[in-house]
Write a new protein. Structure first.
Length: 296
C-alpha cells in the first residue's frame, strides 16, 4: 500500500490582542464630492430662485415688485379681467393646437416613411430632419420672416402657425422614428398576408403601437409652442399677438404685477403638460415617458 502524505494547511496569523482590524480606506470614488454638491446647489438656486420670486410676488397684495405686502389673488383677478391678455391667451392656444395637430400628422408620416425607406434618399432626409434641432431658433425665426416677406404674405396668426409647425415637426419625427424602428415589420407583413392592404396594416397595426409616443410628443409640442417667444416674435402680425409676445410688449413700457401672475400660470401649465407627456406612456403599460421621448 502506498501511503499518502497530507500537507497541513498553513495556519492563519493570529490577530494581536487588543487591536481591532484596521478599517479600509475609502477610495476616491466613495468620497463625497462636496464641491460638486455645492456647485449643483448653486446652479439650481440661480435657476429656480428668480422663478420662485416671480411666483411669490404674483400673490403680492401691494402694487410693488420689491416689497411684499401679504398674500392676495388681486393680480390673478386683474389678468382674468384684462381683455387684451385674454385675447392673446386665446391666440396662443389656437397656435399651439394647430402646431400640435400639424406637426403630429406630418411627423408620423415622415417617421414611418424614413424608417421604411431603403434608399439613400431616406438616409439623407433623416439627416436633414436633424438640422432644425441644432439650428438656433433666432435663425429660424429670421428665415421664416424673410420667406413670408419675400412671398408677399402678410404676417398674422396663420404665419405663426406655419412657422411653428415647420419648427416642431422635426421633434415629432425624431421621437417617433426610433419607435417605428423598434416595431417588428413582420407584424405588418402578417396583417397583409391575412388580406389587409398597406394602409390598413399601418392604420390597424402600426398606429396603435405608436399611440403612446404620439400622444406624448403631441403634449410636448403643445407645451413648447405655447410659451415659445422667438419664433412667434418674428412671424406674428400686429394684432392679435401670442401671449409671450404680448407680455414682452407690456414689459417694454414697465413691469406690472399682472405679468407675474401670467408668468406663473404659464409656468404651471407648461410643467403640467410636460408631466402629462411623461406620464401618458405609463397609462398604456409601456416604458417611462423619458425613455419614449429620448427614443430608447
Amino acid at each position: 500500500m502506498t501511503s499518502t502524505r497530507v500537507t497541513p494547511a498553513p495556519a492563519e496569523p493570529a490577530e494581536r490582542p487588543g487591536r481591532s482590524p484596521a478599517p479600509r480606506r475609502r477610495g476616491r470614488a466613495e468620497r463625497r464630492p462636496r464641491i460638486l454638491i455645492a456647485v449643483t446647489a448653486l446652479f439650481f438656486a440661480l435657476l429656480y430662485l428668480p422663478i420662485g420670486v416671480v411666483a411669490l410676488y404674483s400673490f403680492n397684495a401691494k402694487k410693488s415688485l420689491t416689497v411684499f405686502g401679504g398674500f392676495s389673488l388681486r393680480w390673478y383677478r386683474a389678468f382674468l379681467h384684462d381683455d387684451v391678455l385674454i385675447s392673446s391667451l386665446g391666440t396662443s392656444l389656437k397656435i399651439s393646437l394647430a402646431a400640435m395637430a400639424g406637426s403630429v400628422l406630418l411627423g408620423v408620416a415622415l417617421a414611418i416613411g424614413l424608417v421604411r425607406s431603403r434608399s439613400r434618399l431616406g438616409s439623407l432626409a433623416g439627416l436633414i430632419m436633424l438640422v432644425p434641432l441644432i439650428t438656433p431658433e433666432i435663425v429660424t425665426g429670421v428665415a421664416s420672416m424673410l420667406l413670408f416677406k419675400g412671398l408677399g404674405v402678410t404676417l398674422s396668426t396663420g404665419t405663426v402657425m406655419l412657422a411653428e409647425i415647420t419648427f416642431s415637426v422635426s421633434y415629432v419625427t425624431v421621437i417617433l422614428r426610433s419607435r417605428v424602428a423598434a416595431l417588428n415589420p413582420e407584424v405588418e407583413e402578417a396583417a397583409m398576408d391575412l388580406g389587409a392592404t398597406r394602409w390598413q396594416a399601418v392604420r390597424l397595426v402600426t398606429l396603435p403601437a405608436l399611440l403612446p409616443a404620439v400622444l406624448a410628443s403631441a403634449v410636448l409640442i403643445f407645451a413648447l409652442v405655447f410659451d415659445d417667444f422667438v419664433l412667434a416674435y418674428f412671424t406674428t402680425g400686429v394684432d392679435p399677438q401670442p401671449l409671450p409676445v404680448r407680455i414682452y410688449s407690456a414689459i417694454r413700457f414697465g413691469v406690472r404685477p399682472t405679468v407675474n401672475a401670467v408668468g406663473t400660470l404659464m409656468l404651471a401649465g407648461s410643467v403640467a403638460l410636460i408631466a402629462l407627456a411623461l406620464f401618458i406612456p405609463r397609462l398604456f403599460g409601456r416604458k417611462g415617458g423619458l425613455d419614449i421621448l429620448s427614443g430608447s
